[in-house]
Design a protein around this ligand. Sequence first.
Ligand SMILES: Cc1ncc(COP(=O)(O)O)c(C=O)c1O
Length: 373
Amino acid sequence: MSKQINHTLSHKLQSRADRGLLRKLRTGDGLVDLCSNDYLGLARDEKFKLLLLRLTVDFPDDMTGATGSRLLAGNTQIAEGVEAEIAKIHKAEAGLIFNSGYDANLGLFGCIADEGDTILYDELVHASIHDGLKLSKANNIAFKHNDLGDLEEKLKQTHGQVFVSVESVYSMDGDFALLDEIAVLCELHNAALIVDEAHATGFVGETGLGLVNHLGIEDKCFARLHTFGKALASHGAIILGSNTLRNYLTNYARPFIYSTALPPHAYRQALAAYWYMLGNHQKIEQLYSLINYYREKTKGLPYQVLDSPSAIQGIVVPGNAEVRALAQKLEEKGFDTRPIVSPTIPKGAERIRICLHSFNTTAEIDRLITELK
Ligand SMILES: Cc1ncc(COP(=O)(O)O)c(C=O)c1O
């Protein structure tokens, strides 16, 4: 029987390969990192590593694992304290930590709306939101990317409780949501705004706290998501909102209820990463200076370059085979970049996705440009 199933699986994999879509695990060892989400270089920062070692030594009574879900044996004063502290840092009433951003979106979108309600979402939101929406009983409707007219049109036609889902920084195009304007529209149409700050955490705003804090519109958001696994070089994610939202998620968000919680050191690390980020503004300044350098230098390239103000950049190379070939060439020259192919993005918009970091150098950018030319 298993031979037959393996045969079917191989057949499906071959079909993916024939379409140029086969995913493979690989490492970027020894290459210039233009791919990871370690925007501030915290994951490789010696001082940050020492800080974490000290935390382990200073709290020898911490258990090594959570030993259960938060609703069973896995809750601790550390978990609750860190949630309260991070919520305070972001000027939110409360927060609930999930094991990952994926879990958080699955949990939130899977339970927040009922039959008869509507969730309007930007067409470019992340797969984790799409997967959460699949679990929802609400009416889920996409609006055109960052298109205020289309959003307003759809807001006028909706029924029940309405939610609007956007990201601060879009993970494929690197552009920012028109968040101020979207928040006004939500207020006008009595819709609850949900903002995913996964890629904004760490480098949007002078202190890296994200777009909502930067704009000062905390009270206009119903829920916000910050992930710890990207610029904060840790693991897990927090949903910020009211105490009622926290209680609701504790009761209805299935990835929270039915999964073993993070171990105590993971909560300590997430909070330590916040402190470290808040005390190291120069990393954010270094990153923006590199973004500006890259934007200036890519002006003369024989490719369409995405107009992105963030650490996520893109060079459009139409065609799956073509973009893969270029990524392969860049790898041979020592750069870790990844091709983004269709149907992840629309046909013709295939691209090399480039993530910039505070630790990348202008010399690396110069070399990249030379290779691209
Ligand atoms: C916008 C967005 N939300 C959520 C997630 C999931 O976060 P995590 O990696 O912590 O599961 C990602 C991951 O790439 C993301 O890009």
